[in-house]
Design a protein around this ligand. Structure first.
Ligand code: NDP
Length: 327
């Protein structure tokens, strides 16, 4: 038996609890991992609270990412004792995830933890940091350079936002952080933001074309915020869109795209192929220092994860919440 959180649905009502799970109930997979750390992502919050239909099969162990040690392996790619991590692939949605002391998954979903990171640090970064890195890779590979102007990061105090700020600042960009938490200005500046603005400046309906300001944008918020960010992006600028914290809608016009040549770059971390994943993790290993990782993260127990899931959906979390599944 091992401990884990199980989400179940009975008579149409969804509930989540910390419980004992039999090893024989683990799903099929070539590699069994002794999970050490997982994290509370926005999607995990949606899964546990049932606010969105993230979970596609019941009962489900949530947790879209984890890091741990290989306990047994039928794959030639992984040996017992290897330090591994997993991001996405529908884990925690359609296949049991990381909010438990054990997980069994397909070998191709796993990757080795970069040697620069402990397993705890790998999860402090987690899917949020990896997604931020995918966003930065997208902006840079399209040719964004610091001389093209300031870069806006929305949802700035969240997981994706925090790491996007640190990675962009490291590349020499002037980063403007849009946040609803005015009291986190010092935190955002310590990560590398050169200016902090109130997210309300972006969250209301706006004109299709506005004063040009941003060379690039990393947006984890969607809705009017994304529409306004596009409307304020400079000629031939780039907007990387990865999230929906404000809303799934995109109430925008085509004006920024057809009149200013703005490019909207969609970012998906879940099914991203191996090559961009490894590139994103290589950037994290190269560009993040331990101090930034520690600044961004707090550690909680499995039991506390239930409460943290509610908090992240309510927008009350700063940075990243790591779950020590053995605590
Ligand atoms: P967090 O909850 O950590 O961060 C989201 C941040 O958005 C909050 O901290 C808050 O920042 C801001 N925010 C929250 N509610 C609102 C609102 N109503 N209006 C405007 N801003 C709001 O989540 P993550 O960073 O983990 O994820 C961010 C988003 O990205 C989520 O929607 C998530 O689902 C998505 N995502 C997508 C991935 C992909 O593959 N495409 C992968 C990972 C995440 P502040 O208080 O500073 O304003």
């Amino acid at each position: 038996m091992f401990r884990g959180i199980l989400i179940d649905k009975q008579d149409g009502k969804q509930s989540a609890k910390l419980t004992e799970i039999a090893e024989s109930d683990l799903p099929e997979g070539a590699v069994t991992v002794r999970v050490e750390f997982s994290t509370v992502n926005y999607k995990d919050g949606l899964a546990i609270t049932g606010k969105s239909p993230v979970v596609r099969k019941f009962p489900m162990v949530p947790g879209i990412d984890f890091a741990g040690v290989v306990e047994s392996s039928d794959s030639s790619d992984f040996r017992v004792g290897d330090r591994v991590l997993l991001n996405g692939w529908g884990v925690g949605e359609g296949h049991w995830g990381g909010f438990a002391q054990k997980a069994r998954v397909k070998a191709e979903w796993l990757q080795k933890v970069p040697k620069e990171f402990t397993n705890q640090q790998a999860m402090a970064i987690g899917t949020a940091g990896y997604t931020a890195s995918l966003c930065v890779d997208a902006l840079l590979s399209h040719g964004l350079t610091p001389d093209r102007g300031e870069v806006l990061v929305t949802g700035a105090s969240g997981g994706v936002g925090s790491f996007a700020i640190a990675l962009l600042a490291k590349q020499g960009f002037q980063v403007v952080a849009a946040t609803g938490k005015a009291n986190e200005a010092d935190y955002l500046k310590a990560l590398g933001a050169s200016q902090v603005i109130d997210r309300n400046e972006l969250s209301q309906p706006g004109k299709p074309l506005q004063k040009e300001r941003w060379g690039g944008v990393v947006d984890s918020v969607g809705s009017h915020t994304l529409a306004n960010a596009c409307a304020q992006t400079r000629y031939r600028g780039f907007v990387a869109a990865c999230g929906l914290a404000q809303g799934m809608d995109f109430p925008a016009s085509v004006a920024p795209f057809i009149l200013r040549g703005v490019s909207l770059l969609g970012i998906d971390s879940v099914m991203a192929p191996r090559e961009p994943r490894e590139k994103a993790w290589a950037r994290l290993a190269r560009d993040l220092d331990s101090a930034a990782i520690d600044r961004v993260s707090t550690v909680i127990s499995l039991e506390q994860a239930l409460r943290a899931a509610e908090d992240i959906v309510a927008g009350k979390i700063r940075g990243r919440v790591v779950i020590d599944v053995n605590r």
